[in-house]
Design a binder for this molecule. Structure first.
Ligand SMILES: C[S@@+](CC[C@H](N)C(=O)[O-])C[C@H]1O[C@@H](n2cnc3c(N)ncnc32)[C@H](O)[C@@H]1O
Length: 193
């Protein structure tokens, strides 16, 4: 993990420097903050999650965090992005985590629509936030009982996520809380039973 952590730290620093040179946020890497990645992967490990889905790959920074934890639980990560994953693929090879990751190119909402019921242990949404409500109910439908839905940027972009968080709050099968790590991580658990 030490070497991997050094690679992750390098990628994060490189991403910060890269983003500072890109005025249009759509051209940025917008990597997950390391403390949010720590919390997310702790949840993954505690729950023993094995079927992990991420929407929003970028250059694969958060994917590598998830894949390293998935390696410990015997699981795999499927990561979906509208953009081809060339950089993320290269980073997965560098990290020695290529075997843990399936890359899908396409729309995250369409991907979730095609997933079977109750087939995901942990779903991480880190894509185009205003689109999330149009994906409902699939982010919840795909979760196994006890599965986790995590959404980044809920404190940095509260207006953009409010409609989606309201859908979660209104669902009696989910219980949720926001954690003030990174840019704000909202975590919902699909209650068993
Ligand atoms: C914030 S970045 C992801 C950062 C990445 N999770 C990380 O921490 O390294 C958002 C990504 O979502 C992708 N994206 C935007 N809309 C999408 C959609 N509808 N479906 C899938 N990916 C989408 C963008 O191409 C971009 O790469």
């Amino acid at each position: 993990m030490t070497d991997l952590r050094a690679l992750l730290d390098d990628l994060y620093a490189e991403g910060q420097a890269f983003d500072a040179t890109r005025p249009d946020r759509r051209d940025r890497r917008r990597n997950l903050e390391p403390d949010a990645a720590e919390l997310l992967t702790m949840l993954l490990r505690v729950g023993g999650a094995r079927d992990i889905v991420e929407i929003g790959t970028s250059n694969g920074y958060s994917t590598l965090w998830l894949a390293a934890a998935a390696r410990d639980t015997g699981g795999t990560v499927t990561t979906v992005d509208v953009a081809p994953p060339a950089e993320a693929l290269a980073n997965a090879e560098r990290a020695g985590l290529r075997a843990q990751i399936t890359f899908e190119t396409g729309d995250g909402g369409a991907y979730l629509t095609g997933r079977p019921d109750h087939s995901v242990d942990l779903l991480f949404l880190d894509a185009d936030r205003p689109e999330y409500p149009s994906w409902w109910p699939h982010p919840k439908r795909v979760l196994r009982p006890g599965g986790v839905l995590a959404i980044d940027n809920v404190l940095s972009h509260p207006d953009e996520v409010r409609p989606f968080l309201a859908l979660i709050a209104a669902d009696p099968a989910l219980t949720a809380a926001t954690f003030a790590v990174g840019k704000g991580l909202h975590v919902a658990v699909h209650l068993p039973g």
